[in-house]
Design a protein around this ligand. Structure first.
Ligand code: MOS
Length: 724
């Protein structure tokens, strides 16, 4: 029986976070720190004709003003991403054009306003809509159809076709991106907000021509990231450059506005989708064609249509994602990248098909249930989606739904119910962990992973305590530092599956090592036992099936003159996984109430049921799912980055005009799990959940809005004016 796994555990770092003891990148105290402030440009495309920094340089406290004229060249190799102050070229509006470094933040900010720039402007294009004719399939591989989608579409007895749009969106974490860089000779230490310390290290080592050993990246706490810190943005190299040139530590923090061009965004996405079906509801053809924007200098592709191939059983299919170049900064991954966008279109189209067929939308999904992976034909490692549909429908009371739009009311409010499917991969990547088991009955566990909020500190502590036979308070887990063993970026919802498997493996390696020590003694009570037969519990190494036979680990270490033993273990995805399709699934049931006079949509109920392997910590898992729901409400009803295309400039680069849900928008929604006992995905049966929980929400809300109002809004966000 597990003592901790599967039971609620409060965040081990929770008190540190609410008392301010948890240090975020910009909060580290470094002596003799200078402060950098970015000055950003005012045109979308062209070159800098002249830049006058004399006034800024004379301002109080200013140490140096860096521009493209006096910034050393970085070694960027083949990396096409944006590096600041490397040339006079302007690639997007609000591009950094100067970094002012001063004794205080206020002095640097003031002086940044004194930098005068003149430009040679060039015609720019930032509107994806007007560039559609130039859409291209990225890379060299043409998307391959399954079966014969064109022919099947032609002959399908029932068809729907529609076009869907999603506005650009920004991650907007609470913590602004920030770095503090400081050099000792050729050794660089950088405190950075990142989802991958090793990624930042590789990046900076290359930029400055250093050996990776000479770069230490520290990032113990991240105040939200959602993909915005998956790759190094332009500020760490800029900060490190300034610190190197000035021979003193430098800190750079984005302002809220600078965040809008500082790390990427969910791209503007246009999707055409056509579905063909038999009268029974069985899908015979799916053609899904997405286009989204990228920048003029770098290809970013979120694979909008990638989930389409694996959600429903359908023999004929084509799913394409194309790109158009825009004079904007490069988009990036944003929570459930591609999947939430693609599934918005697919799930709404399925709802449209349900109305065409007069089949209940939930029933239509069951008719097309994929019993095996429709793409590869492989069996699922586990898939409890059918149970998700069943439990969700039962809890929601779906049976009482009347099909006709505008048929359900609450007084003068229109009531609508919608359903959608969620899907995300059950990924795992190589990850390493170091466990130190001490004679004093404590353990130190470390891995260079990240915790951007899901509860990684807590779940790793839990797994270590479970398999080292310790109490959670006897385990200290540390992350976010390149001094620790390598771990993948915290992205793709793979951390618990990857790093958790490594913690588990490292704990078992400790057990094995202790057993070897014990059995070096001819009188060992564990003689002849194999590593699999023993376990650690409360400081004893004991036989699983006869706990009265044990050795005390502390005695064992003492006899060997050891204060502790340590093991570094790397977990890898198993070969067995390749024989299966591995995904996590969910179903979301949504109720909205719409005010017919003012078009205001209120999400009054959500039941989200997810099947995502073993639930390690129900408490933090539940928070993850609620977070996804809130994100889905934002995406469906509020969030949009708006560009004035005359200037190619983002207009709502602040939290006043970029709307995100606030507490007043959010009611008490329900998230439940159907646990899957998945022996294939990894030893602990873990699938990720942090992105899955968002995937179906916007579609379910849009379908509920249609059911309430009879109006099919095919463009997110569904703001009141679109309903009037
Ligand atoms: Mo996420 S978009 O996997 O950080």
């Amino acid at each position: 029986m597990a003592r901790y796994i599967g039971k609620d555990m409060s965040r081990v770092e929770g008190v540190a976070k609410v008392t301010g003891k948890a240090k975020y990148a910009a909060e580290f105290q470094v002596k003799n720190l200078a402060h950098g402030f970015l000055a950003t440009g005012a045109i979308a495309r062209g070159t800098i004709k002249s830049i006058d920094t004399t006034e800024a340089e004379r301002a109080p406290g200013v140490i140096r003003v860096f521009t493209h004229l006096n910034t050393p060249k970085f070694n960027t190799g083949s990396d096409k991403s944006f590096y600041a102050l490397q040339s006079d070229r302007i690639l997007f509006n609000m591009q950094p054009v100067a970094l002012v470094v001063a004794e205080t933040f206020e002095q640097a900010r003031f002086a940044s306003y004194l930098v005068k720039v003149e430009y040679n402007g060039e015609p720019h294009a930032t509107d994806t809509e007007s560039l559609l004719a130039k859409a291209r399939v990225p890379g060299s591989r043409k998307p391959t159809p399954r079966g014969n989608p064109d022919e099947a579409m032609k002959t399908a007895p029932v068809k729907v076709a529609a076009e869907y749009r999603i506005q650009m969106e920004h991650h907007n974490p609470i913590e602004p991106h920030a770095a503090i860089a400081h050099w000792e000779g050729d050794k660089l230490t950088i405190f950075d907000k990142t989802q991958e310390v090793y990624g930042v290290r590789r990046h900076l080592a290359k930029v400055f021509g250093l050996s990776e050993d000479n770069v230490q990246v520290v990032s113990p706490f991240v105040g939200g990231a959602f993909g915005a810190s998956l790759r190094p943005n332009y500020y760490p190299s800029l900060t490190a450059m300034a610190a190197r040139e000035l021979k003193r530590p430098v800190k750079v923090v984005y302002t809220r506005s600078q965040m809008y061009t500082g790390y990427g965004y969910r791209p503007y996405t246009i999707q055409k989708i056509a579905l063909g079906a038999e009268k029974s509801g069985k899908l015979t053809a799916m053609i899904h064609d997405a286009v989204h924007n990228t920048s003029s200098y770098e290809e970013f592709n979120d694979n909008t249509t990638s989930m389409t191939r694996g959600v429903y059983a359908c023999p004929n299919l084509l799913a394409t994602t194309k790109l158009v170049d825009t004079d904007l900064s490069t988009p990036t991954w944003m929570r459930a990248p591609g999947a939430v966008s693609g599934m918005f279109a697919l799930e709404c189209a399925l709802d449209e098909l349900a109305y065409e067929l007069k089949i209940d939308p939930l029933e239509l999904r069951l008719i097309n249930y994929a019993e095996t992976d429709p793409e590869s034909g492989r069996p699922w490692s586990s898939k409890a989606l059918r149970e998700c549909y069943r439990l969700g429908a039962e809890k929601f009371g779906w049976k009482k739904r009347t099909m006709e739009p505008r048929s359900m009311r609450d007084g003068r409010l229109l009531v609508g119910w919608g359903v959608a499917t969620g899907v995300w991969g059950a990924f795992q990547a190589p990850a390493s962990v170091r466990v130190t088991y001490r004679a004093d009955g404590t353990a130190h566990v470390a891995s260079a992973t990240s915790d951007i909020g899901p509860g990684t500190y807590t779940v790793m502590t839990m797994i270590a305590a479970e398999y080292l036979g310790l109490k959670p308070e006897q385990v200290k887990f540390e992350l976010g530092d390149t001094r620790f063993p390598r771990a993948p970026a915290q992205g793709g919802s793979l951390t618990t599956a990857s790093v958790g498997s490594a913690v588990y493996g490292a704990a078992l390696a400790i057990v094995g090592k202790l057993l070897t020590l014990a059995n070096a003694d001819a009188n060992s009570p564990l003689k002849a036992a194999a590593a699999a037969d023993v376990e650690l519990m409360d400081g004893r190494l004991r036989l699983k099936n006869d706990p009265s036979r044990f050795v005390v680990a502390a005695d064992l270490l003492k006899r060997n003159n050891l204060g502790e033993i340590a093991e570094t273990y790397q977990s890898m995805p198993s070969a067995e996984r390749n024989k299966y399709a591995t995904q996590a699934h969910g179903a979301q049931f949504v109720e909205v109430k719409v005010d017919p006079d003012i078009g205001k949509v209120r999400v009054t109920r959500i039941i989200e049921v997810t099947a995502t392997g073993k639930i390690m910590n129900p408490k933090t898992s539940h928070s993850q799912e609620l977070g996804g729901i809130v994100w889905g409400i934002g995406m469906a009803l509020q969030e949009a980055t708006e560009i004035d295309h005359r200037y190619g400039r983002i207009m709502n680069h602040n939290l006043q005009h970029y709307h995100v849900p606030v507490n007043a928008d959010i009611l008490d929604y329900e998230s439940v799990f159907i646990e899957e006992d998945d022996q294939i995905v990894n030893p602990l049966g873990i699938k990720g959940m942090g992105e899955l929980c968002l995937v179906g929400i916007p579609a379910a809300i849009a379908c509920a809005v249609f059911h309430a109002t009879g109006k099919r809004v095919r463009e997110l966000p569904i703001t009141p004016e679109k309903l009037l």
